[in-house]
Structures are given as C-alpha cells and as structure tokens.
Design a protein around this ligand. Sequence first.
Ligand SMILES: Cc1cc2nc3c(=O)[nH]c(=O)nc-3n(C[C@H](O)[C@H](O)[C@H](O)COP(=O)(O)O)c2cc1C
Length: 326
Amino acid sequence: MANLNTNYMGLNLRSPIIAGSSGLTSSLKNIVEIERQGAGAVVLKSIFEEQIRFEAHQAHSFQQSPYPEAWDYIHQYTQSHELDKYLRLIFDAKENTSFPIIASINCITAAQWTSFARQIEQAGADALELNIFILPSDPFRSSEENEKLYFDIAKAVLRELNIPVSIKLSWYFSSLTRTFLQLSWTGIKGMVLFNRFYSPEIDIDTLEVTSGHVFSQPGELNLPLRWIAMLSDRMHCDLAGSTGVDSGEEALKLLLVGAKAVQMVSALYRYGFSRIADTNQQIGSWMDQRGYESLEQIIGKMSLKNIENPASYERVQFMRHFAGVE
Ligand SMILES: Cc1cc2nc3c(=O)[nH]c(=O)nc-3n(C[C@H](O)[C@H](O)[C@H](O)COP(=O)(O)O)c2cc1C
C-alpha cells in the first residue's frame, strides 16, 4: 500500500489521521488503542486555563502562609490534583506508546498560567495544541482587541517551550486570512482549522434552550475545505484539517487542498477507534488505484495555487450556472 507518512509541525507521523482532542483521548487505555488502530498522533483532551490558574493561586497562597503544616497540605493536595493527573497521563502515554502525544490547553488569556506549559513539555509531550476561543459577543471589544489575545497567548507560550506549538482556531475572524498569516509568523508550527463548539438550539415544544448537535454533520467539511485550500500555499506553518472528517473521502479532500494531517473526533465517537484503520485503508487504496506512492504527491495538489480556476474557492454567491439549481 502507498506510504502514508507525513510530517506535521516537525513530527513524523506514520499516518495523516490524528485522533483529535475529546473525552476519548483522556485515558491511557484509549490512547494505546488509538495507536494500535494506526493513528499518526493523538491530541489529549484539553486541560482548562481556569484549572491551571486556580491551582497556581492555591499554591501561591500556601507559600505565603506562616504555617509549615500548610506545606504538607499542599503536597497532599497537589498529589490528587487534576494537573498532576494530566502530567501523569502524558508521561504514561509516552511510556506505553511510540507515536507523538500532543497535549492541549484551552486558554483565553496570556496570564501566568503559561509556566504550566513548561511542565507539559517536561512530562514528555511531543507538542502542545492551544485551543483558543473567545466568542466575539462583547460590543465594547474591538476586533483588534480580540485578535491581540491570540498573539499574546502564542508569544507567551512560545517563550516557555522548545517543543512545537500549534493553535486550534475558529472561523470567527473579520480578516481571517490576514490574522492567520500573521499568526503563522509568530513561530507556531501548526494551525488546526477549525475547532467546533457547543451550540445552543431551541426546542419549539418546550420552549427551552437545548444543546445543538454534539457531533459534526455531513457538509461541515466545506468550511475547512475552502479555507485550507485558500491558505495552505501562504502559511508559514503546517495546517491540520478538523471538522467533518468522517472517512477516507473527507480526509483525502483536506489533504488535497493542503492539510498535512487531519483530525477525527465525531467519527470515532460514532464508529469506534477501528474507524482510524478503515480511514487509512481507504486513503491507501485511493492512492494505489491512481498510482500515488507517497502523501507528498497529493498534499496541496488542489490548493488555490494549484488548480486551474482559483476563483472556485473565492466564489460565494449561488449563481444558477454554478449551483445548478433554478
Ligand atoms: C465530546 C467532545 C469533546 C471535545 N473536547 C474538546 C477539547 O477538550 N478540546 C478541543 O480542542 N476540542 C474538543 N472537541 C472538539 C474536537 O476536537 C473537534 O475539533 C470537533 O469535534 C470537530 O471535529 P469532528 O468533526 O471530527 O468531530 C470536542 C468535541 C467533542 C464532540
């Protein structure tokens, strides 16, 4: 079968399929199984900045304490701590697997929590993914203020770490191309397009606010497809596709427009981890049938620069001729 190796932010992956961050990637048992099924890497469930800040604050207040007994308490306290558990998971995952382990932090400020990132590196993580999202809902915050935060966080974390850092982003940017291009110049090595969030829904029978689809639906691939196609030739970092990858078909589409790797989550919840092996198989067969031997031959083959009519990715209006609908 064709060689599925790819290089994503300096990491050698034996497959472009990465198990994306979710509840499925928070246990050692699952991580071992994800590797066994042939994934190129795993992104651990995000740890939250609030958790890190809370714990840092607790430890700091104990340090100020005049009572030495407080230190015993701290010791016990940190033993049972979520942060310790997270570091332990990284350590154990490294001990029990041989594929790249990407840690993930959900963050919204560039505050003092960033020193925790260093502990993630020390625990053995091969890379860190920053899951940053600020819903731009505050009418008193300008787009510059919102965007500055992404740069501040990236720079603060990059100062602490030697391992590659990626950012997982949303599409809520007024000048998406410019902002992403500038972010790619900060020294980050990867960009994950796009994250998918909890969305509220409404029940018209009970008139209650409920949760929208937790898992991505067919058709959601169109958003990363367009933007990766338009950005991949320009970025100064690697791109990974995320949202709507259900099988080899969607994975191939994102690779063709320029993603170096793709992340899967909803499909793993729906069909189980064997979906990773199936997806590798589908990509390999597609390549074999067409005589491609390595992923390098297909990555970016259909990016903006490489297609005959680049306007196809820029088109936004449904004109009859293109949509094929009266
Ligand atoms: C139950 C669940 C939990 C998730 N938790 C995280 C998380 O902790 N951190 C994160 O960056 N993304 C998280 N995500 C988002 C996924 O990593 C992914 O970006 C999103 O589901 C879109 O990919 P998909 O279409 O393959 O599901 C979660 C998604 C689901 C469904």
